[in-house]
Design a protein around this ligand. Structure first.
Ligand code: F6R
Length: 237
């Protein structure tokens, strides 16, 4: 893993956007893996400001909440549409996220996994990290062999994401997420972590023992991972 230490979150986000742009413009038919969450907000703002042509690209998002339709305000479909796709003058030729309101989420997960494979795989996968070390929504205990599937969100993940839901609104307890094996098949990964809340998970990823209780540590076996950190996320290194 290559570790890139940045003085602040803005510069860290710009460095992640630089790698995404390189992958976007460096191939005739780039396939980019995308992530959601608070960490990625400045990355997408930065990418939009660059004004690049995304029309040759395919994109696959890591995950979506089970039970949310694509037009639900807290769905990852809405997040991506609002923050990236709709802002681009030339949007990707196709953008995929698992369908959260599929009548058969298990089948939807299998179909999504097959679609990624049929598309030739992901060139660069953007990743955040949960406070508990999750990547995608692969919570602690997720097998290294896991593929896109329905996962149950831990209380800590639900708590961390409660801010995206209205007061009193029912928050989904499941998601469809790419698995660890799916993520590791990406030809390269960039993991971005900013803020103190991620410092412990990052210390474990970089220096602690690898183990299923910290899913991000699976990335250590991948030969092309860049971990981009701001000073706070790197504070315990
Ligand atoms: C998002 C995702 C998650 C987030 C992680 C961090 O698609 O798969 O792994 O990257 O939960 O979220 P934030 O950035 O909100 O702290």
């Amino acid at each position: 893993m290559e570790i890139l230490l940045c003085p602040d979150a803005q510069i860290a986000a710009r460095s992640a956007a630089d790698l995404m742009t390189e992958a976007l413009l460096g191939a005739t038919a780039p396939c980019l893996g995308l992530a959601t969450g608070g960490t990625m907000l400045p990355v997408y703002a930065d990418l939009v400001a660059r004004g690049d042509d995304w029309s040759a690209a395919l994109t696959f998002n890591l995950d979506e909440y089970v039970g949310l339709s694509s037009d639900h305000p807290a769905s990852y479909h809405t997040y991506m549409d609002k923050l990236l796709f709709r802002q681009l003058a030339r949007r990707p030729r196709a953008s995929y996220l698992p369908r959260g309101d599929s009548p058969d989420p298990g089948q939807e997960a299998d179909t999504y996994e097959a679609l990624i494979a049929r598309s030739g795989g992901i060139d660069l996968q953007l990743l955040g990290i949960g406070r508990n070390g999750h990547i995608g929504f692969n919570e602690p205990g997720s097998p290294l062999s896991s593929r896109t599937r329905v996962v149950t969100l831990t209380d800590s993940t639900k708590e961390a994401n409660a801010r995206f839901f209205g007061p009193g609104e029912n928050q989904p307890s499941e998601a469809i997420s790419m698995g660890i094996a799916t993520i590791l098949e990406a030809r390269a990964c960039v993991l971005l972590a900013t803020g103190m809340a991620k410092a412990q998970a990052i210390a474990r990823l970089v220096n602690g023992p690898a183990g299923l209780d910290c899913p991000a540590t699976a990335l250590r076996d991948h030969g092309a991972v860049t971990v981009i950190l701001d000073a706070e996320a790197a504070a315990l290194l």
